[in-house]
Ligand binder design. Structure first.
Ligand code: RB5
Length: 149
């Protein structure tokens, strides 16, 4: 599984915790920054990573900002991206099983690193259930086509 990860200035510490965990469990990832001292704009990091996931260059994407909200809003503008803002392990599991999410967003200012790492591990390890859930995400994909997104 190829993973892309990025954060804005509000998520750099949590990004480091997550990449350390990915290294520990032997998953390959590419870190898209930010390498920032000061403030940056989260769409500049969310959109390129989301495009790479949508194009199949990476299987999954992980985005972190202060709240995770801006990153998730931006990523979900990219056709083919299903990005969930997740701050609990129940949702991490459910969003893979039901929504087949290919991206996850987290807020460094919302939860601690221990829970965040557990959420990412849960999300990476869970499979999509298909069936009625495929029908539902199919309707979102059909809307994207119809709307010319
Ligand atoms: C940056 O201050 C903050 O707005 C950003 O990290 C994120 O929380 C936006 O949704």
């Amino acid at each position: 599984m190829k993973i892309a990860i990025a954060s804005d200035h509000g998520g750099t510490r949590l990004r480091a915790e997550i990449t350390a965990m990915l290294e520990e469990i032997g998953l390959s990832y590419k870190d898209f920054g930010c390498d920032c001292e000061g403030s940056v704009d989260y769409p500049d990091y969310a959109l390129p990573v989301a495009e790479k996931v949508a194009q199949g260059e990476f299987d999954r994407g992980i985005l972190i900002c202060g709240t995770g909200i801006g990153m998730s809003i931006a990523a979900n503008k990219v056709k083919g991206i299903r990005c969930a803002l997740v701050h609990d392990t129940f949702s991490a599991k459910a969003t893979r099983q039901h929504n087949d999410t290919n991206m996850i967003a987290l807020g460094e200012r919302v939860i601690g690193p221990g829970l965040a790492v557990e959420i990412v591990q849960t999300w990476l390890g869970e499979a999509f259930e298909g069936g009625r859930h495929q029908t539902r995400i199919g309707k979102i994909a059909a809307y994207e086509e119809k709307a010319g997104l």
